[in-house]
Design a protein. Structure first.
Length: 407
């Protein structure tokens, strides 16, 4: 080392130490990554075993005692672990049917505030199906590939009955689902609503429209909770979570709650009993109705597609409430009279989706005509009436606890 400056020797030593440290850091980072991946796989296996055990303890039905609908056989790499919050509800249970039929491993998480066991009982005991009775506002540790977050009261009487449950399901519940997505690298879909547009000043409503919402009105607990839910989704997207947002327009079909106070269920139940059909307001306000099968197909296309920004899913077939009441009377052969009651506060005057985005970027559009879907829905409500000795009293627009109300 004779003739070599001391500073050069010192610099060489420092560079050697730094290079060694960096090599060690890369090695340690690689080891940590491998440990994390191994932990995820172990958690997945333990989770499956725990959920299986919970299901058997809560519902001791063996597959040998029960016949299930046919499902596809998928390889381990094709079969996804899919969580559906609110999976015992109207839309959620129809989505579960679709996912189960395609052979995926489906976990339903529901607190049964508005969901009903009868909507999913036909899958209980199937090896691909797991039910966890749990409230989304409470944290839970799961590992999933996809998460559909539907859990929330969705009809005005129900969400106004428990506004804080509604707000928390769409905010704290959304955060909890996104945390699962963040940990397990799962894609998370949030079911937002056309209510984010409020009483729109734009018609039809595009996804770019910011809305016209009363933040302190009786519907605000739902409208604003969904708007904040979307904000939370896109905040997590900045942290690396894959997110999807669907703005759902009025939907109807089998498994609607007979006492949810919605237009379709109220009109049909009233018409089938030849009772007066109640219209709140002058009947000139409009709605666009889609059949649930079209919505389920849209949800899955958004989840599996490449669009992370909000997407409207709805049927642009628009009716005034007066026209829709007349149509229900015709399809049910009802003798009901149509009566007008006091209009609801903040009830939107017009509601119609612009579905250009879904059509052009996803290839989605509704395929079930309103009349066709109504025929199937009317048959469903006939069965519900039969179960309740032919008598079900519909609810109005005031807050009401979910549940059947008989005369």
């Amino acid at each position: 080392m004779a003739g070599v400056p001391h500073w050069a020797v010192f610099l060489t030593v420092v560079c050697t130490i730094v290079a060694y440290s960096m090599s060690m850091s890369r090695s340690q980072a690689s080891e940590i990554k491998a440990i994390r991946e191994s932990a995820r796989e172990r958690i997945k296996k333990l989770q499956d075993e725990v959920v299986d055990l919970r299901g058997h303890l809560a519902h001791p039905t063996t597959s040998g005692e029960k016949k299930f609908a046919q499902v596809k056989e998928l390889s381990a790499s094709e079969k996804k672990r899919i969580l559906v919050t609110g999976g015992a509800g109207f839309v959620g249970s129809n989505l579960v049917d679709s996912l189960m039929a395609d052979g995926h491993r489906v976990t339903v998480l529901d607190n049964f505030f508005t969901g009903r066991m009868e909507n999913i009982i036909h899958w209980v005991g199937h090896p691909n199906f797991h039910l966890v009775e749990h409230d989304v506002v409470d944290k839970i540790s799961l590992v999933m590939d996809q998460i559909y977050h539907l859990a929330s009261p969705a009809s005005p009487p129900h969400y106004m009955y428990h506004p804080m449950q509604t707000i928390r399901s769409n905010t704290e519940g959304t955060i909890n689902m996104l945390e699962i997505g963040k940990f397990s690298r799962a894609r998370v879909l949030f079911t937002s609503t056309s209510e984010v547009y409020g009483d729109p000043m734009e018609h039809p409503q595009k996804e770019t429209y910011w809305g016209h919402v009363n933040p302190i009105g009786p519907r605000a607990c739902y409208d604003e909770a969904k708007r904040l839910g979307e904000t939370i989704m896109y905040s997590y997207e900045k942290m690396g979570v894959e997110v999807r947002v669907v703005r759902i327009f009025n939907t109807f079909g089998p498994r609607m709650h007979p006492n949810d106070g919605r237009v379709v269920s109220n009109f049909i139940i009233q018409a089938l009993q030849n009772k007066p059909i109640s219209i709140y307001g002058n009947g000139k306000q409009t709605r666009s109705f889609q059949f649930v099968d079209d919505l389920v197909r849209g949800l899955r296309m958004v989840m599996d597609g490449n669009i992370s920004s909000p997407v409207n899913i709805g049927n642009p077939d628009e009716y005034t409430m007066e026209e829709f009441a007349v149509l229900i009377k015709e399809l049910t052969n009802s003798t009901s009279e149509i009566r007008h009651l006091k209009s609801s506060t903040d009830d939107p005057t017009h509601r119609k989706p612009d579905i250009t985005k879904a059509e052009t970027l996803l290839g989605w559009k509704p395929t079930v005509a309103v009349r066709q879907g109504l025929a199937r829905t009317i048959q469903y409500f006939r069965q519900q009436l039969s179960k309740n000795q032919g008598r079900i009293t519909t609810v109005g627009q005031d807050p009401v606890k979910p549940g059947y109300i008989k005369e």
